[in-house]
Design a protein around this ligand. Structure first.
Ligand code: WT7
Length: 676
């Protein structure tokens, strides 16, 4: 990809820069097109943007980077990449600060614009935070970290529910060059400790307690338990979410109290484009969760541009993404994308059914939300309660409805469109991953009148070049084909590595189809060239839109002394999408299988998280294995989904009688669980 040539306007004041860059853009249009205003419109239209991105992605992103971000020093090279080595680096030579881009520039121009609306768990108690206030909060938090010895390059874990302080914590890290790793506040002490130790965090930022659906979550207690096993932790910063007293330990710091004592001015650390911004742990098909690394400029630009174009953002829009900041959706579309774009972003702390299943729509009415972004699992849950909970609230502010995290079924899509959106809002099914940093396939952007097909992600984003591969690694051309979904070229938001293990990064994403990024998903391309995601190809589950490796659940259960062997597979569920189905082998003469089953559930909750607990646990005498001893999970899937008449190739199966044996156990299980 070509290196950009223009550098000079970076030294200029913002307004002048705007003028110059506009002229430069105009000049370049004139060079390639006639100078009529219709050609300019065409160039800036979704079709034109797509075409420009396809022609030269480096140049496309390079000029967007200059237009959209505020730089301390310009970049000299758009992109360097080599997928054989699993590398992609963007905007080399560029220097900037992410917090300045998300806060200072907006605080300067519109200090009183609302940056955050915190929709607290307690209904009707929202709090607004302006850009000026968020900048103040962020600087004080950053100075508190600095005062406690945290410095550029250190890692800090954030174990907090969605709140302005949690956002300020992320941005405070970004401001002083500290790498944050947000851990979803539903993860257990053991999971938190594992992540802290893998990334050698120096500190944790948490709250005394959390509130969710009216229930109290003991966050500080979980942190206390976790850090006992974390020698790298020097400080635990504790914010006060509830009035409950904090039991202080020697390394604890009361966050708000300390923030009040320090300055509200904190000079930003100027970072290189490719310095690490954050890491976020996610599950793979094998081994421990991997720390996916995102860097400064490319990630920020990609989050902001996808946010602006997929959701057709207008100035003054109020953007409502109800994801938790513990997931990538929260990073890109609650925090970094919206704040970089200077819009008002909603922080949703509660659940869709608290105090009743009208919560989302009551919030939409009260806060006048324009774009609403949620997971299909919530829609599947809510539609069961009927339309009344939706219809009693005014939803006329809504323009775009987004869905993310898992395939959306037709019923949920149609309900979203007809009932929530009154048939007048655009519904976008957005496909992406922790690793992609931002949306990669979605129905918009496209020309306004362009068709949208229900329940499919459809169009690659600007500069995303998807390819489908067959089993042998041949590229599938044309329409009406299914294959492994890969991406052929780098994009600025893509993950750079797995923290501390680049080899694993190569193996997981660049080995299966050499020269391509492999997503782990399969997809179907329609005759018209649209993409429909059909599901994971590896042993990764998607429970309520949350990703989990079957191996992680198996590893946790294997620790039970009475359980020598386990196998976990995915099982369909009408609300959660998928759940874990565990097959367990007990040691001979185990007296109380039901006690063991209960203990296994507890082990999974305490080792991973509550959402990981298998819905079904079936005791079997043995597991189906190949002659070389590999568990054949494929056969287990067939047995429980009624495919016993078509078991596929079983020539490698060690003892075929195992099939009838497991089927028998399964039939017994079903008889005992009538709701199954
Ligand atoms: C996996 C990524 C995307 C951010 C939240 C989840 C599945 C995601 C869709 C969609 C079908 C989807 C894929 C993907 N997925 N969006 N619109 N349609 N499947 O991020 O935890 O990294 O999970 O979620 O299987 O690989 P994640």
């Amino acid at each position: 990809m070509a290196a950009p040539t223009t550098r000079l306007f970076f030294c200029l004041r913002r307004q002048e820069r705007r003028l110059i860059s506009w002229r430069r853009l105009w000049g370049s249009f004139r060079a390639s097109f006639s100078s009529s205003s219709s050609s300019l419109r065409r160039e800036l239209s979704p079709g034109g943007m797509r075409e420009r991105a396809g022609r030269d992605p480096g140049l496309f992103w390079g000029s967007l980077a200059r237009e959209e971000l505020l730089w301390e020093a310009p970049h000299h090279t758009d992109c360097q990449w080599d997928f054989a080595r699993g590398t992609a680096r963007w905007f080399l030579g560029g220097r900037l600060n992410v917090a300045v881009n998300c806060l200072d520039r907006h605080a300067q121009h519109s200090p009183d614009r609302v940056a955050l609306i915190w929709e607290k768990d307690e209904p009707g108690t929202e709090e607004k935070v302006t850009y000026r206030e968020l900048l103040d909060m962020t600087c004080r938090l950053a100075n508190t970290l600095k005062k406690n010895g945290i410095k550029k390059g250190d890692r800090v874990a954030i174990y907090m529910p969605v709140s302005p302080l949690a956002v300020a914590a992320m941005l405070a890290c970004a401001r002083i060059g500290v790498v944050h790793t947000v851990v979803f506040a539903g993860f257990s002490a053991e999971s938190l400790a594992g992540r802290i130790n893998d990334s050698e965090c120096k500190a944790v930022i948490t709250c005394n307690q959390g509130l969710r659906g009216g229930r109290i979550i003991e966050l500080k207690k979980t942190v206390d338990e976790a850090v006992k096993k974390c020698p790298s932790i020097k400080r635990v910063f504790v914010a006060q979410r509830t009035t409950s007293k904090i039991h202080m330990r020697s390394h604890d710091v009361l966050l708000e109290e300390e923030m009040a004592k320090v300055s509200s001015i904190c000079p930003p650390e100027i970072m290189d484009s490719e310095d690490m911004l954050f890491m976020l742990y996610t599950s793979g098909s094998t081994g421990k969760p991997k720390g996916i690394v995102h860097t400064q400029a490319g990630y920020l630009l990609y989050a902001a541009i996808t946010h602006k174009h997929v959701f057709d953002l207008k100035q003054d829009d109020i953007f409502g993404c109800v994801a938790d900041i513990g997931w990538i959706t929260g990073h890109s579309y609650v925090v970094y994308g919206p704040l970089c774009n200077g819009c008002t972003t909603v922080l949703f702390e509660s659940t869709p059914v608290y105090p009743d299943p009208g919560r989302y729509w009551e919030t939409v009415e009260r806060l006048k939300i324009n774009q609403f972004y949620c997971a299909p699992t919530a829609l599947r849950l809510l539609l069961k309660y009927g339309d009344e909970y939706v219809k009693k609230y005014d939803r006329s502010s809504l323009t775009i409805l987004g869905s993310v995290g898992e395939p959306i079924n037709h019923e949920a899509w149609q309900w979203f469109y007809d009932v929530v959106g009154d048939g007048r809002c655009t519904v976008v099914d957005t496909w992406w991953q922790t690793e992609t940093g931002g949306i990669c396939i979605a129905p918009r952007p496209s020309e306004k009148e362009a068709e949208i097909i229900p329940a499919i992600a459809m169009r690659p984003f600007y500069g995303i070049n998807p390819v489908l591969m067959d089993e042998k690694g041949n590229i599938l051309e044309g329409g009406d084909v299914s294959g492994a979904l890969c991406i052929a070229q780098p994009w600025p938001g893509m993950a750079r590595t797995i923290y501390g293990d680049h080899q694993r990064f190569i193996e997981a994403y660049f080995k299966t189809y050499p020269g391509y990024y492999f997503t782990g998903d399969s997809a179907y391309r329609t005759k018209e060239g649209y993409y429909q995601i059909t599901g994971r190809m590896d042993d990764v589950l998607n429970i309520s839109g949350h990703r989990l490796g079957t191996a992680e659940i198996e590893d946790a259960m294997d620790e039970h002394p009475a359980v020598p062997e386990t196998a976990v597979i995915s099982y369909p569920h009408d609300i959660k999408g998928e759940v874990a189905f565990a097959f367990i082998v007990l040691k001979e003469h185990t007296a109380h299988p039901e006690v063991v089953t209960k203990e296994l559930r507890e082990i999974v909750a305490s080792k991973i998280a509550k959402y990981a607990v298998p819905d079904h646990v079936l005791v079997v005498k043995r597991l189906p294995k190949t002659r070389s001893g590999k568990i054949m999970r494929r056969l287990l899937r067939r047995i429980v989904t009624g495919g016993v008449n078509d078991m596929g190739d079983i020539t490698t199966l060690d003892d075929p009688s195992v099939i009838a044996e497991i089927l028998d156990a399964f039939e017994n299980y079903k008889a005992k669980h009538p709701t199954f």
